[in-house]
Ligand binder design. Structure first.
Ligand SMILES: [Zn+2]
Length: 287
């Protein structure tokens, strides 16, 4: 799933490549992906792209004076920038991974795609993202903008396991499954540590780890083409998606806890006092 650094990089790429160009055509191939019906997709044609940014993990493309195309890429969504399109023919609805296509006046443009069968990419054509896109209205402060006092208050204010709290977009915006594994590894915290039991020192360490991991990932990602971002993301990971491989910090074997639809990775020596975490589905968990 694209997280804060990847969405930031996609926005930066659009600012460089698409801003200033006018939309020739906005094509909707997946009607379930576009969650709004007013304004109609046809209203986008002829409007200039005026900006690109993000709200947490939501991409926001400015159109003309007062419209925004806001996109949540979900788990398997992505943005593919095309220097040109093979065919001028409009997309056929309901076929293939392309959900939406934006064609620009210079012949280039971008596709918003979603792989797999579970379709959860969501796009909104709105005038005010903050009030009109429910997921954006509920976002907590951005992980890269939150101050230490506010971070402390928000983490302590939400009872639960730190892995879940850190990835709750209403607590903090932008952190997902992959970078939260990395942040907890850098902070030497168990993913199952309870927020109510964290010491002041642990909170400061966690805050600093979050800033360092996210800032570093943004720096490595911005400037990369959309097509290269996924490789860049994987290359920077120390524990995430590295089950069975050695921890680059201590050499212990990276382990995994799997859930119904996702998994987390961690290093026992760095994070849980050397004890492997029990799979919560099988036995009582270790904190
Ligand atoms: Zn380690």
């Amino acid at each position: 799933m694209p997280e804060l650094p990847e969405v930031e990089a996609l926005a930066a790429y659009l600012r460089e490549r698409a801003v200033g160009h006018t939309v020739d055509r906005f094509e909707v191939a997946s009607f379930s992906a576009l969650k709004t019906y007013d304004p109609a997709p046809s209203a986008v044609a002829g409007l200039p792209i005026t900006g690109a940014g993000r709200h947490g993990k939501f991409l926001d493309v400015g159109l003309g004076d007062d419209l925004h195309l806001v996109v949540h890429l979900a788990r398997a969504g992505w943005l593919h920038y095309r220097d040109s399109f093979k065919s001028p023919a409009p997309l056929k609805p309901g076929s293939g991974p392309i959900a939406l296509r934006v064609r620009l006046d210079d012949g280039s443009g971008f596709d918003l795609t979603e792989a797999g069968t579970q379709k959860s990419l969501a796009a909104y054509l709105v005038r005010d993202p903050v009030t009109e896109v429910p997921g954006v209205s509920r976002l907590g402060p951005d992980a890269l903008a939150v101050s230490l006092p506010e971070f402390t208050e928000r983490i302590r204010g939400r009872k639960g396991q730190i892995k879940g709290v850190l990835t709750d977009q209403e607590v903090l915006a932008g952190i997902g499954n992959a970078y939260s594994d990395e942040i907890l590894h850098a902070a030497r915290l168990s993913p199952f540590a309870l927020t109510g039991k964290l010491t002041d020192e642990q909170i400061v360490t966690l805050y600093e780890a979050m800033r360092a991991i996210e800032t570093d990932a943004v720096e490595r990602s911005v400037g990369q083409k959309a097509a290269e971002l996924k490789g860049e993301k994987r290359a920077g990971m120390r524990v995430h998606a590295r089950t069975g491989l050695p921890c680059p910090v201590c050499g212990d074997t990276v382990r995994e806890v799997s859930f119904a639809d996702k998994s987390l990775q961690y290093c026992p020596a760095c994070q849980t006092g050397g004890k492997p975490l029990a799979d919560r589905r099988l036995s009582k968990l270790v904190r």
